[in-house]
Design a binder for this molecule. Sequence first.
Ligand SMILES: Nc1ncnc2c1ncn2[C@@H]1O[C@H](COP(=O)(O)OP(=O)(O)OP(=O)(O)O)[C@@H](O)[C@H]1O
Ligand SMILES: [Mg+2]
Length: 280
Amino acid sequence: MLGNQRERLPDVGSLLVVGSGKGGVGKSTVSVNLAVALARAGASVGLLDCDVYGPSVPMMLGVRKRAASSGFRAMLPLAEAKNLAPEKKIPPLTRYGVRVMSAGFFIGEEQAVAASSDMLGLLIRQLLYSVDWGRLDYVILDLPPGNGEPQQTLCREMALDGAILVTTPQDIARIDTAKALAMFQNADVPVLGVVQNMDGLLCPHCGERIEIYPHSKEVRTRLDQVPVLGSLPLDPMAARWSDEGVPVAISMAETPFGQAFCTLAREVLARQQTRNSSNE
Ligand SMILES: Nc1ncnc2c1ncn2[C@@H]1O[C@H](COP(=O)(O)OP(=O)(O)OP(=O)(O)O)[C@@H](O)[C@H]1O
Ligand SMILES: [Mg+2]
């Protein structure tokens, strides 16, 4: 089996990816809040921001680096990949009970990264092995958009235990999400389900539901067969809290929006438990 030759992170129960072929659909929002919700449900969780060109996790968790670094090499002083001595590993930051790492911790907020895109797979794989995660139930990888790097390297070289897709309702996003789905399925990565984000807006004045993006009528057979893990409305408060660096799983915990992440975390826990027991 292909999957058996892939590498597992030592002491990590499940390595999950959150992805979509489409940009801006809410992958980082889902990654951050799923991680926080899993931690609140009692799991030990790590979160790796795999977006080197546009890392969002630092801002979403209120750990910002405004000053530019003196070079991209500052990002990865440790390039010996998996057999790094423990004392050389990078300690993650802990936010809201989640151990977090991002290229954005090393690169200034408005600094451009000079690495070519084909280096990204190597970089993220090294970063994954360079962090002192400790013993964790889950590490969640927040992927950048598209099907290029680091997705290709991760799918090829790492044993990924589950993929969560994020899409918005309209076909232009679903087309790209279907591509990401095909990429994971072709690589034998189990797809746990899809989160439908920005699915309507409740008018704050009259409460009427407004469809911002039209629900696609196109049949996308493979995508339509994937379980829906949750549906999130578009909520301006969610974007505001993200910019403030407080995850909605905390700041809006009592609202339906915040609760949706508790439900998502429960779904993920249940699916992983089912998978683990069927693999025993
Ligand atoms: N349901 C929502 N309601 C309101 N704002 C949202 C919602 N989901 C995401 N956002 C906001 O939309 C923006 C894009 O979200 P996010 O960064 O999570 O998307 P992404 O898919 O990770 O983007 P990228 O492709 O750049 O990585 C952010 O400002 C985020 O706060
Ligand atoms: Mg993102």
